[in-house]
Design a protein around this ligand. Sequence first.
Ligand code: GLN
Length: 281
Amino acid sequence: MTTKTLQNLFHKTLSKIYSKSEIDTFLYWVVEEVLKLKRIDVYLNPDVEINSKELKTIQNYLHRLQQQEPIQYILGSTEFYGMRFQVNPEVLIPRPETEELVEWIVTELKNQSKKQILDIGTGSGCIAIALKKELPECEISALDISKTALQIASENAKQNQLTINFEAQDIFKLNSLPKEVEIIVSNPPYVRVLEKKQMHENVLKFEPHQALFVKNDDALVFYKKIIELALASSRCKTVYFEINQYLSDDLKKMIQSYNISNAEFRKDFRGNERMLKLLID
Ligand code: GLN
């Protein structure tokens, strides 16, 4: 088997499930990881021989891809904001939309004095860790209800040589914010069960439902709790959220009900309403 025949095998095996460009991306990731080749080598050096040990690994990966397991879980890591993050099914795979939320915060805080930031529902730690890298002066803490997620988040901070104060916490049991917190950022669970129909199998079958879904009867429950914590705090005046594109009208109504007048929504690169910043006075 050569890199060229491998390419054919990937397309033949996966074409019923994934698009051409998705399959190419999987191939490149696998080629980089297993054969230690650059993606361009698939074209420039199509005759590179794959030995039997490598082939066995790749066949196993291909089988898992056929079961729709996300490539990031198969390889055990992904990239976010130019950094490497370990991932497994205990944590959501960091999304490019979330990089845009980080970008927004970094742009706004870059030239400000040091701030105390709290990330609620940190998962893999991607938001907290990327913020610490870009804003080294800031102190970042991060909460998650899942202890297993926090183990991965801590590992990711360590690997990227950054210090974050991680804590296992159910925010619904929290009566007040740690008093030093000035800014909250959160990408909470926001997918309604009714949206399951539109979701891809690779998300539904493999990613942690606890990190994705909220009950249909109160899809804004995390937002409300976080806003109430911020309203009760004397220092925390700024909240950045990732949001469900289908819930921006509901969020607007909710914001009005709290008498918050300063709210800014932003779209992601797909043109979907995805981010929200609130200034709370
Ligand atoms: N954006 C994620 C998805 O569509 C959901 C993230 C979340 O629930 N916070 O799968």
